[in-house]
Design a protein around this ligand. Structure first.
Ligand SMILES: [Zn+2]
Length: 142
């Protein structure tokens, strides 16, 4: 499992997006580079939640076309899509069974808990391809 490095501004941005989307879930891509087991975040790319509007309070789905575009943009800039972030309105920053079932190995899955409209705990997770369970990933500040 790697370590994910955010700047304080990037951490705040995820919190703000979660607060704006509340009581729905926000989501976005994390773009940057990998140096050994360090994942250095360059920027965040907000994505639209393509889940049915009535379900967005507890589900997010990435639009495949939007995702393909983001992947291409990152590659053209010599970077990678390192992972994705989303918010948990009034729920802990722990992956749900839905999150686990829809996760892919390699990516960092960052979850921010939004409690009564205010950003709280933030965690990151990586899916172990063997056990198909999430492992906690350390978030560090640059
Ligand atoms: Zn979730």
């Amino acid at each position: 499992v790697s370590t994910l490095f955010f700047t304080p501004a990037q951490t705040r941005q995820i919190g703000h997006e979660g607060e704006k989307a509340y009581p729905n879930e926000c989501c976005g891509a994390i773009i940057g580079t990998e140096q050994g087991d360090k994942r250095l975040v360059d920027h965040l790319r907000p994505l639209s939640n393509s889940f049915d509007p009535g379900e967005q309070f507890h589900r997010f789905r990435l639009d495949p076309l939007e995702l393909a575009k983001v992947d291409k943009e990152a590659g053209a800039a010599g970077m990678l899509v390192l992972g994705f972030y989303h918010s948990h309105p009034d729920h802990p920053a722990r992956p749900s069974e839905y999150d686990r079932a829809h996760a892919w190995p390699f990516y960092s899955y960052v979850i921010v808990s939004i409690k009564k409209g205010a950003a709280a705990e933030m965690t990151s997770w990586q899916l172990d391809g063997g056990t198909e369970q999430f492992q906690p990933e350390t978030i560090a500040n640059t």
